[in-house]
Design a protein around this ligand. Structure first.
Ligand SMILES: Nc1nc2c(c(=O)[nH]1)N[C@@H](CN(C=O)c1ccc(C(=O)N[C@@H](CCC(=O)O)C(=O)O)cc1)CN2
Ligand SMILES: [Mg+2]
Length: 289
């Protein structure tokens, strides 16, 4: 068996088109464009590329882009003061502070400072709590992108066994919460799990978000299972995921790296910005988003 490749690039392009339509409708109704502010501290090359891509994609979707690049030695106070200004700026609907931040900055304190209604990353504890309790929330972009791909493969997710590998606040935990919300039977495995394979073997859906190149092995996979590879590991010779490529010989459907989950992250960010703008303006959220 060779798994069907899930084309995240094409799915993301279609989502960006729907976002552009919704952004145009918002602009018409509100008399201004939805606005996204992205903050980058330091010069990490990958982060710099992501921030540039976000700015370009924001403009291409018909939204206003506000880019703030700060030097690596920016103090906590300066960064928090910028977040406060963006919180107060009516033209800004979404605020994203690119991670990772330099080590001298308290990441949690910065995330908690962002107005939860503008928290298009969905990282604020209030949005995490809203997601966990089934309330309307801004949901982290990467896991929501994974869920969109999964819904496409499995129109009926309820009752499926899902295993999430990794428990980060950015991917693993919100991914598990989203799958639980879809009535999957969800298990999260992590570095202290005694027998990772025993859990993964039972899964209809495997989401790998550990940051270890090629971690998930073909013999762990139930034949026909759907495998979502969130890993973006830069190794000699290019970009590889958290899933061994031979898994494609066992799985029913799998996301490639690159071109799977990665492109969904920015498309969902644009989607979250239009959602945040609509809610802030008291307008209905486009149901196609
Ligand atoms: N504040 C945030 N910081 C970070 C996030 C985030 O969602 N919010 N996610 C990642 C980085 N990221 C966006 O910021 C991101 C990662 C990967 C991609 C992507 O399109 N990947 C492509 C490959 C691109 C390449 O060749 O390098 C793919 O996988 O196909 C987009 C965005 C950490 N920080
Ligand atoms: Mg730190």
């Amino acid at each position: 068996m060779t798994a069907r490749l899930i084309d995240g690039k094409a799915f993301a392009a279609a989502l960006r088109d729907r976002v552009a339509t919704a952004a145009a409708a918002f602009t018409q109704a509100a008399g201004r464009q939805p606005g996204l502010a992205v903050v980058l501290v330091g010069e990490d090359p990958a982060s710099s590329v992501y921030v540039r891509s976000k700015g370009k994609a924001t403009l291409a979707a018909g939204m206003a882009s506000f880019e703030h690049r700060l030097p690596a030695d920016t103090t906590q106070e300066t960064l928090v003061a910028l977040v406060d200004r963006l919180n107060a700026d009516p033209a800004v609907d979404g605020i994203l502070v690119q991670l990772p931040l330099p080590r001298h900055i308290d990441e949690r304190a910065v995330i908690a400072r962002v107005d939860p209604d503008k928290d298009v990353d969905g990282f604020h504890p209030l949005n995490a709590g809203r997601l966990a309790t089934g309330l309307d929330a801004l949901v982290p972009c990467t896991p929501l992108g994974c869920l969109m791909l999964l819904r496409d493969v499995h129109p009926h997710l309820a009752g499926l066994e899902a295993v999430v590998i990794g428990r980060s606040n950015i991917v693993g935990k919100p991914m598990a919460a989203l799958l639980l919300q879809e009535s999957c039977t969800v298990t999260t495995v992590h570095s202290r799990t005694r027998d990772v394979m025993a859990h993964v073997r039972m899964a209809d859906i495997v989401v790998a978000a550990v940051g270890i190149p090629g971690f998930v092995q073909p013999e762990w996979i139930k034949p026909g299972a759907t495998v979502i590879d969130v890993g973006i590991n830069r190794v000699e010779g290019g970009l590889v995921g958290d899933v061994d490529p031979r898994v494609a010989e066992v799985a029913g459907a799998i996301t490639p790296v690159p071109g799977g989950v990665g492109p969904m992250t920015i498309a969902v960010l644009l989607r979250n910005t239009v959602v945040a703008a609509s809610r802030r303006a008291g307008l209905a959220v486009d149901p196609s988003l």
